[in-house]
Design a protein around this ligand. Structure first.
Ligand SMILES: Cc1cc2nc3c(=O)[nH]c(=O)nc-3n(C[C@H](O)[C@H](O)[C@H](O)COP(=O)(O)O)c2cc1C
Length: 446
């Protein structure tokens, strides 16, 4: 006979399901209640293999380090050496990624220009066009040519220092942008030739080309408009980096910008951010392989983005073969996004510092991802620019520290041999040895 007492014995601890976790259940309830999918900003929040899974080996007897205070470590990089008459010369290999005016406020755009220019690097426009704030304060401004063509005009094409044709973004490869009605002020609407206060969903593909051959024609067209002066970048989301990089090169790109799945966005469906695209770490080596197979590594430059936060991330991306990196989210944090000083306001919106990502709602207490005049007035673009400049300086100093410790007098001399991986996944993706071995999964000859 069954012992009845067994059923009444208390369990030591209630067990939560790993599959149906509290946050999964909360999302099911939210979906059941509202009938609409979750939209948010930012990049993938789940953990995927990343630069943290790599370590630098540093120098010792077999490699000789450089002296930090006596020996220099160069940081300069030139983008657009393939065809452009005036390539972009940057003092540091960290650029500011394209972020749309509409998603960001005018003062935030000004601060990005101020900070980047003071640090000797470039900024990039975004969906919605070129603002005077950003053009006026950016010594080097890259103008995005997007599928939406919001804010695109030949006059601004000619005012840019480089053109970036956006094919895709890491946060939402295959998808278009979103800017909800709350942020469509008269000014934003005017620049996009659309009505005020109406949700805008940007196109996910360019209306005037359907494949790489057309892209080649489009690039030529833009070169003609800009008199062959400025570099033409092609930005792709991380999906099939080997083939996409090969095709971008074939179409005539001067620079390939490659954005992995941790890359931020102003707004899209959460399911898109978390479930589409490749981790940044997995994108770099196939893209570098494509450049090498075409004999154009370093002649067509590679800019990598998606989750770059520290000088170590910068150095690791470069060691894997990138020429420069671009930052979006980290630049916004440097300006003051998700600052603990706004915690009381984040709590009122049902969130907390570090987790605030409803940028599409336009209620950002820091005044950065909003078009609300009162909130915008809280943000000081001069102070924001100063903070960004400082942050860019620290990224550069950190990357230099690592490069010197590996024995290199230029950041570009960092190489995969300087790295090892902490996990099998990272070893396979970055194609560097698992720590303590000379092997990685897929290495030929083993
Ligand atoms: C607020 C915001 C707005 C963005 N707007 C655009 C855009 O208009 N065009 C574009 O190509 N990418 C856009 N992006 C993506 C960035 O250019 C970049 O790919 C990404 O932020 C890099 O990843 P990170 O945020 O981890 O640095 C945006 C990103 C953010 C955070």
């Amino acid at each position: 006979m069954k012992d009845q007492t067994i059923d009444t014995l208390p369990r030591t601890e209630p067990i939560q399901s790993a599959t149906f976790s509290n946050s999964v259940n909360a999302e099911i309830r939210r979906a059941a209640h509202t009938g609409i999918y979750d939209i948010r900003g930012g990049g993938a929040k789940r953990r995927v293999p990343h630069f943290d899974d790599l370590l630098f080996l540093g120098a010792s007897i077999s490699r000789y380090p450089l002296e930090g205070y006596r020996e220099t470590c160069e940081t300069r990089v030139t983008l657009g050496t393939r065809y452009a008459k005036t390539p972009i010369e940057l003092d540091i290999p960290v650029t500011i990624a394209g972020m749309s005016f509409g998603a960001l406020s005018g003062p935030a755009k000004e601060a990005l220009g101020r900070g980047a220019s003071a640090a000797g690097t470039s900024t990039t426009t975004g969906d919605g066009g070129m603002t005077e704030e950003e053009r006026g304060h950016s010594s080097k401004l890259v103008y995005q040519y997007l599928p939406s063509r919001y804010g695109m005009n030949p006059r601004d094409l000619r005012r840019a220092d480089a053109i970036e044709i956006v094919v895709g973004q890491g946060a939402k490869p295959g998808g278009g942008g979103m800017l909800l009605g709350q942020k469509i002020s008269d000014r934003v609407a005017g620049m996009r030739n659309l009505p005020t206060g109406i949700d805008q969903r940007s196109a996910c593909r360019h209306p005037d080309w359907t494949g790489p051959d057309d892209l080649e024609i489009k690039i030529l067209e833009i070169r003609e408009i800009t008199g062959w002066k400025v570099p033409i970048y092609v930005k792709i989301g991380g999906t099939r980096p080997y083939y996409d990089t090969t095709l971008a090169i074939k179409a005539g790109a001067d620079v390939v910008v490659l954005d992995g799945m941790q890359g931020g966005t102003a707004a899209t469906q959460d399911v898109f951010i978390e479930h589409v695209g490749l981790p940044t770490l997995a994108c770099i080596r196939p893209a570098v392989q494509a450049l090498q197979d075409q004999g154009l590594h370093r002649e067509v430059q590679l800019v990598v983005s998606g989750g770059i936060r520290t000088g170590a991330d910068v150095a690791k991306a470069i060691a894997l073969g990138a020429d420069a990196v671009a930052i979006g989210t980290a630049a916004l944090v440097a300006l003051g996004d998700n600052d603990p000083k706004w915690e009381a306001e984040y709590q009122k919106m049902g969130t907390t510092t570090g987790a605030y990502d409803d940028w599409h709602e336009g209620r950002d207490p820091a005044g950065i991802t909003t078009q609300d005049p009162e909130l915008m007035a809280r943000f000081d673009p001069i102070e924001g620019g100063r903070r960004l400049k400082n942050y860019l300086k620290v990224l550069t100093l950190e990357a230099q520290t690592i490069a010197r410790a590996c024995g290199h007098n230029h950041l570009h001399n960092l190489e995969p041999e300087d790295l090892c991986a902490l996990t099998m996944e990272a070893a396979a993706m970055a194609r560097v040895p698992l720590a303590g071995t000379d092997w990685w999964p897929g290495k030929a000859g083993f």
